[in-house]
Design a binder for this molecule. Structure first.
Ligand SMILES: Cc1cc2nc3c(=O)[nH]c(=O)nc-3n(C[C@H](O)[C@H](O)[C@H](O)COP(=O)(O)OP(=O)(O)OC[C@H]3O[C@@H](n4cnc5c(N)ncnc54)[C@H](O)[C@@H]3O)c2cc1C
Length: 304
């Protein structure tokens, strides 16, 4: 079995991020007998998944923490080294990158950014419990199936469009939009589209959200509406700042753009998972990670 880098040896590849994308990139690289170090600050989005039912291989579903722990022990088995910390600084050197965190510094030949995104959370007490109970959700692609026929709410802000509401409407006839501020306005044609689809709209902004017996009570304009599940459609923060600092191209939301080998527009800088413009899903993240790791291995073999 291959082993990881000895203490003091420079990693050939540094993976930043310990979610599904980072762990799978590191696993592949270690099995390609590359010296690989993975650094992360312990905030994988996957750790918030109460139970995923669309990740293949788990007919009864799998908790996000359980999946991460299995992926991590698989990577460790092949010699991946792990470090904990938030990477604050990256720079390009003639033949490598320089990466620093918590007083540590390494100079890998290749870098994989698997830093993900995070959901903008609504102001709500007992948020973690609400997520765990499926009363609060963020990802209709992931769990629309779980809310079939239920009373579903969707929080909207001034940046929201109608797409997510119409997407949810496919799973249930009982969808209600709750604006979080007075600044939320839909155009005439958007309102018509929502009306025709049978999506309800509440006029007054949300005053408070409360978790009660696995459901959410939404208070608005002095009234209360109870929903079985509330989706927080308040957007995402894309953690691409390290790549953008190096000059990697990105779209208007901050998602990194890559070629078909997952290499960004900066040579030697690869990206995989939610931080890349694609479907924010674990299957996609691990697929991109496999592609990135294979391309890195080939580039190193060929002395590129
Ligand atoms: C409630 C919920 C339910 C979901 N359900 C599903 C589902 O059922 N099926 C599905 O396919 N997907 C689901 N998802 C989406 C899934 O979680 C993501 O697609 C997946 O986690 C993406 O993996 P990733 O490795 O790209 O990013 P992440 O898992 O978010 O990992 C990012 C990593 O980068 C680290 N990091 C970020 N910045 C730095 C830095 N500067 N320095 C060091 N480390 C850093 C973080 O600590 C973390 O380790 C769900 C998401 C949520 C929130």
């Amino acid at each position: 079995m291959a082993t990881g880098p000895a203490a003091g040896q420079q990693p050939e590849v540094l993976v930043i991020g310990g979610g599904p994308a980072g762990l799978v990139a590191a696993l592949y690289l270690a099995r390609f007998r590359r010296r690989v170090l993975l650094v992360e600050d312990g905030h994988s989005r996957a750790a918030r998944i109460p139970r995923s039912h669309n990740y293949p291989g788990f007919p009864d579903g799998v908790a996000g923490t359980e999946l991460l722990s299995a992926m991590r022990s698989q990577a460790a088995r092949y010699g991946v080294h792990f470090a904990t910390g938030r990477v604050e600084s990256v720079s390009v050197e003639p033949e490598s990158f320089k990466v620093e965190w918590n007083g540590s510094s390494v100079s890998p030949r290749k870098l994989v950014l698997a830093t993900g995104v995070s959901d903008v959370a609504p102001a709500m007490p007992h948020l973690a419990q609400a997520l765990q109970e499926g009363a609060l959700r963020y990802c209709p692609v992931c769990d629309g199936f779980e809310v079939i026929g239920q009373a579903v709410g969707l929080l909207v802000d001034d940046g929201s469009d109608t797409q997510e509401a119409l997407y949810l409407r496919h799973f249930t006839e009982r969808v209600t939009l709750f604006p979080v501020s007075r600044g939320v306005h839909f155009s005439e044609s958007q309102r018509r589209e929502l009306d025709e689809a049978g999506v309800s709209r509440v006029a007054e902004p949300v005053e408070s959200l409360r978790l009660w017996e696995g459901r959410v009570t939404v208070r608005h304009g002095g009234e209360e509406t109870v929903v079985d599940s509330l989706y927080g459609g308040l957007g995402l923060k894309v953690h691409s700042e390290l790549g953008r600092h190096l000059g990697a191209q990105h779209d208007e939301h901050g998602y990194l753009l890559t070629d078909r080998h997952q290499e960004t527009t900066v040579k030697g800088l690869y990206a995989a998972g939610d931080v890349v413009k694609a479907l924010n899903q674990i299957s996609v993240a691990v697929g991109q990670a496999a592609v990135a790791a294979s391309a890195i291995h080939m580039a190193l073999l060929q002395g590129r």
